[in-house]
Design a protein around this ligand. Structure first.
Ligand code: GDG
Length: 489
């Protein structure tokens, strides 16, 4: 696959996402612009610049009306405007009901198969529909018949159908769903399961990270619609006169950037300063975990495994340090307040049980780190612990691998993260709930023969380098372009 963005549309690309690529803060006459920090937003930015397209996103800012009206359509990047940022401003009720409500208290737990954490209110659904309509109208207005409209994620389950109704067969619609798709038995819990699947089937292309999620989506379609014909081999769904290709695209990371920054002087300086400040010995075995503080990431399960490890391997007391980089997320939601409390109490308990005057087993970083520091942390950690109880992909696992410039390091990886489907053969696989076996796997990852560890890492680095973020985007764009050619033939 070309990895130079070669298949990206050269015009007419419309991206629809919740997060915006550039955010403006307004303070009187002064406007400050923040740029994309990493991940998909940063990766798509150069593609958008070349395509001179439009990005439709939630405008985040406490701006007053006048400023808002002046900035709902701006050219970005500010110093060299090349594409349009079309903002949808959301008021407090919309944020509460569409974002914290339906998106994050219904769809997020639903798709992570966590029924117990679903909080459903009819007003959440009404608002989700309304906000989807606002985004859909904006996207349709920006598109021309040749456009590719690319929706991101679970915030926009209904928008594709709304756009399709507006545009008919004009424009190609693609959607990437970044979180898992659950079994039909889990998904049918949702009062609007049918409307959401109908919304998604208005796309020409629907992407998930791994085949499992595609299969579960197709099984849901099969159970829900009598009039859908599914080609189980190709992943095509035919319904009425529409066809949707459901396909997996395991997301990659920007390996060039990660390697460059992981090897930078800044990365080294951060690590040295951090180690000194936190009293981490030169020869300590360092494990790292990097997460948004979310109940899907298996953080308490990880801490319990560390506790078990220190109990069952006392020789590692004083030697092993777990650095937990967890940043607060979605704190308005009670389930998130609970997980924050559980994580800090469990970490405290482990420290209370084992810490000595000159050693602490769990060291926490709560603030966001600049990319150089984060990649420095990855690079210098002997192992990464990724213990999600469910995860669409998990980019941290891939970033950690990309930062192992000398093929050192080991990845302990949950069987339940999407990324296990691509890296599972070479990672040290765990079940986050199996505390004892998890602890034993941590021990094995530390004590395995160096050659064995290096071989595993070398294979994983090859995999993440070969299918990096650019290759992933190319793959999606190429597939979407293929579908468009088919319909115009
Ligand atoms: C969703 C799905 C899927 C974290 N702390 C810092 C920082 N980060 C960055 C990491 C990584 C990202 O945040 C987290 O990505 P994940 O993939 O682990 O998880 P979610 O946020 O849940 O993302 C997930 C993903 O979408 C993509 O489709 O993989 O399954 O849940 O990139 O590096 N970055 C910086 N400082 C920090 O302190 N700079």
């Amino acid at each position: 696959l070309p990895s130079d963005g070669g298949s990206a549309p050269t015009e007419g690309l419309v991206v629809v996402s919740n997060r915006e690529p550039y955010s403006h803060s307004f303070d009187g006459d002064e406007i400050t612009v923040e740029r994309p920090v990493g991940g998909l937003t940063a990766g798509l930015d150069p593609v958008m610049r070349r395509a001179k397209g439009t990005w439709v996103a939630w405008g985040d800012g406490d701006a007053d009306r006048e400023v808002v009206d002046e900035h709902d359509r701006v050219g970005v990047p500010p110093e060299d405007p090349s594409y349009t940022l079309r903002r949808i401003w959301l008021d407090d009720d919309e944020v509460e009901e569409y974002y914290y409500g339906y998106s994050n208290q219904v769809l997020w737990p639903l798709c992570h198969s966590d029924r117990g954490r679903i909080t459903y209110e009819p007003r959440f659904w009404d608002r989700y529909r309304e906000v989807n309509r606002r985004f859909a109208e904006a996207a349709a207005a920006e598109a021309d018949p040749e456009s590719l409209i690319w929706f991101q994620d679970y915030h926009f389950g209904l928008a594709p159908r709304m756009v399709r109704r507006e545009l008919g067969d004009d424009a190609t619609l693609a959607h990437f769903w970044h979180i898992p798709w659950p079994t039909w038995d889990d998904f049918r819990v949702c009062p609007q399961s049918r409307q959401l699947m109908e919304g998604l089937l208005a796309n020409d292309l629907l992407g998930f990270h791994v085949d499992r999620f595609c299969a579960q989506f197709l099984e849901g379609v099969d159970a829900c619609f009598d009039d859908a014909a599914i080609d189980w081999n190709s992943g095509e769904v035919h319904r009425g006169d529409s066809t949707t290709l459901v396909k997996s695209f395991p997301m990659g990371v920007d390996t060039d950037r990660i390697e460059r920054l992981a090897g930078s002087d800044e990365a080294e300086a951060f690590w040295n300063e951090f180690r000194e400040e936190r009293g981490i010995a030169d020869d300590a075995v360092v494990a790292v975990g990097v997460d948004r503080l979310d109940y899907t990431k298996g953080i308490p399960e990880r801490l319990r495994a560390i506790e078990y490890f220190l109990d069952s391997h006392p020789e590692f007391r004083g030697e092993f340090v777990y650095v937990q980089k967890a940043s607060e997320s979605r704190s308005e939601i009670p389930a998130y307040q609970e997980i924050q409390k559980e994580v800090s109490e469990t970490a405290e308990r482990v420290n209370d049980r084992f810490a000595t005057d000159d050693w602490k087993p769990v060291v926490a970083i709560t603030e966001m780190l600049p990319a150089e520091s984060l990649y420095g942390l990855y690079r210098h950690s002997d192992l990464a612990l990724v213990s999600s109880v469910r995860d669409g992909m998990n980019l941290v696992a891939e970033e950690y691998v990309a930062a192992q410039l000398d093929n050192g390091g080991a990845l302990v990886l949950s069987d339940f993260a999407g990324v296990d489907d691509t890296l599972g053969d070479y990672a040290y696989t765990i079940n986050p709930y199996a505390t004892k076996e998890f602890a034993e796997t941590v021990h094995r990852a530390i004590t395995d023969d160096t050659q064995e560890r290096r071989e595993r890492m070398r294979h994983m680095r090859q995999l993440v380098t070969a299918y990096d973020l650019d290759a992933w985007m190319d793959d999606i764009f190429e597939t979407a372009a293929g579908l468009r050619d088919e319909t115009t033939e």
